[in-house]
Design a binder for this molecule. Sequence first.
Ligand code: SF4
Ligand code: SF4
Ligand code: FES
Length: 255
Amino acid sequence: MMPSKTVRLKIRRQDAGHRPETKRWEEFEVAWQPQMNVISALMDVQKNPVTVDKKRVAPVTWECSCLEEVCGACTMVINGKVRQSCTAMVDQLAPSGETITLEPMSKFPLVRDLIVDRSRMFDDLKKVKAWIQLDGTYELGPGPRQSSENQEEAYPLSRCMTCGCCLEACPQVNDSSKFIGPAAINQVRLFNLHPSGKMHAAERLETLMGEGGIGDCGKAQNCVEVCPKEIPLVDSIAQIGRATTKHMLFGWLLK
Ligand code: SF4
Ligand code: SF4
Ligand code: FES
């Protein structure tokens, strides 16, 4: 009888509670199934967390939600490349049964195993006011109409799922820098473009003109290459760079 096909996963693990001394690799083997993705392989590991050297260990933890590359929760480093594990197909990663390595993203605080805390991205969205402020205590009436050209420019920018791939790939995002990163800069472009969002355009630009703002981008362009939503991040950085320069030179005229 032919031996049944297996999938081998080498997983970077660390216990909860910020304990780098527990950092280790563990390897698991699970039965291959057609159309298997990394999440389904991890689910099989969870059912029977026994390593290849027959040691029963604590189940591996990871995060996922939508399973269709929309929420960003399952982002991790797979075979050295940051991406979503729900759309990482086992047959493409290991066509001849190679070992698949899984590691957590390195630019975010580690929670446990493959789970990281992406709060900094959501805090940065708050910092740049990545929303359209329409709440009021009185009737505001209809807002300005959004032209179809404006919608066309905005749509690709709006596809960001705050997954963190661009921060993981950016050399300027590191422990010794406060750089906000490309995702938040792109959101400033999105909301400053919107006919109602423009009301807070100056505040958003001013946030990016401060420490850790757009001036810290080294223009290495790694971000655009890893963005799963193909967001034109380099264009957004260039556009916002021009807008901040203009605001610095002429913004006082508008005050
Ligand atoms: S262009 Fe380079 S430095 Fe700037 S945000 Fe993208 S990866 Fe980071
Ligand atoms: S810009 Fe792209 S890579 Fe960055 S967080 Fe958004 S979707 Fe992810
Ligand atoms: S589970 Fe939502 S992007 Fe993978």
